[in-house]
Design a protein around this ligand. Structure first.
Ligand code: NAP
Length: 284
């Protein structure tokens, strides 16, 4: 029997409707998205995020700087947004142009406003098991599992990829949910032997079709995060034939991508609650 489709588009629509209700209860939620330069994929991502935020009633500010903006320009903008009382959340779209050191910018965003969850204070709290802001794609993966009644407790979870925005945080969330977690990366030997143990597999590599049906344990829940634009269209890390073996599988597109946007909106509401003191954010 083919895998149950974990439909991210439908779940994201429900979450976005919930966010819209929360925004109207709060009265105002402000999100600034910052795009520096001309990266075509980043333009698409920022436009989607901005549109979704507006649709949810969020006061979304679309701030753009030119490709030749200096690190000082970006840091000055971030500082201004940190101090702006109309802005609850700040998202700086990555990658940044080569003349700007990314960590200097991501570290400069006020932790309370860091809706991407990549500031060391937020990453550290996730590591400690006390999450505050959490990166959106990993949060979306956990929502997809929960929506399908998949409890990671005691399960073998195999994460492919160890980036700070997907692999590491999703591994931490799975660990917090009491899975036994294995992290795989480019130096992992015999990837298939690890993936085959997985009751839950999260693929966040960016190599189309790296997860093949032979590698997947029958009945496993497989979340495809990797996204590669090819001449034949968008390809995920998971070979579509995995649907014949897995118990649950996210479609690509229409799985983890829409969830990422929905979870960003949810983070913006959380940021508004942190700033109003409705939710506690530890003082630093
Ligand atoms: P990244 O920073 O490039 O990280 C890729 C990871 O994959 C690295 O940890 C790398 O290992 C590992 N890797 C590379 N080749 C491998 C191989 N042959 N076997 C095992 N591991 C391998 O990328 P990212 O930002 O995490 O994104 C990963 C993918 O997800 C990309 O395709 C991206 O476009 C996509 N993405 C999708 C969404 C969504 O919403 N669906 C959101 C974010 C990202 P090393 O650490 O050893 O180099």
């Amino acid at each position: 029997m083919p895998a149950t489709v974990m439909d991210g588009t439908a779940l994201a629509a429900e979450i976005r409707a919930g966010v819209a209700r929360e925004v109207s209860e709060l009265g105002h939620v402000g999100l600034a998205t910052v795009l520096v330069g001309d990266d075509p994929a980043s333009h698409v991502y920022i436009s989607l995020k901005h549109k979704a935020a507006v649709e949810a009633g969020i006061d979304a500010r679309d701030v753009r700087l030119p490709q030749d903006a200096s690190e000082g320009d970006v840091l000055a903008l971030v500082d201004e947004l940190n101090r702006d009382d109309e802005i609850d959340g700040v998202l700086v779209q990555l990658p940044l142009p080569a003349q700007i050191e990314e960590t200097r910018v991501t570290y400069a965003v006020a932790p309370q406003k860091d809706v991407d969850g990549i500031h060391p204070v937020n990453a550290g709290n996730l590591y400690l098991g006390t999450p505050l802001h959490v990166p959106a794609t990993p949060a979306g993966c956990m929502e997809l599992l929960a929506a399908h009644g998949i409890d990671p407790a005691g399960e073998e979870a195999i994460v492919l990829g160890r980036s700070e925005i997907v692999g590491r945080p999703v591994a931490m969330l799975l660990l917090q949910a009491h899975a036994t977690v294995t992290m795989c990366h480019s130096r992992t030997q015999d990837l298939a032997s690890h993936v085959r143990r997985g009751d839950i597999v999260v693929a966040a590599v960016g190599v189309p079709g790296i997860v093949t049906p032979e590698m997947v344990k029958p009945g496993a829940a497989v979340l495809d995060v990797g996204l590669t634009r090819t001449e034949a269209g968008i390809r995920g890390d998971v070979d579509p034939a995995v649907a014949e073996v897995a118990g649950h599988l996210t479609p690509m597109p229409g799985g983890t991508g829409p969830m990422t946007i929905a979870m960003l909106l949810r983070s913006s509401v959380k940021a508004a609650r942190f700033r109003r003191g409705v939710l506690a954010y530890p003082s630093l």
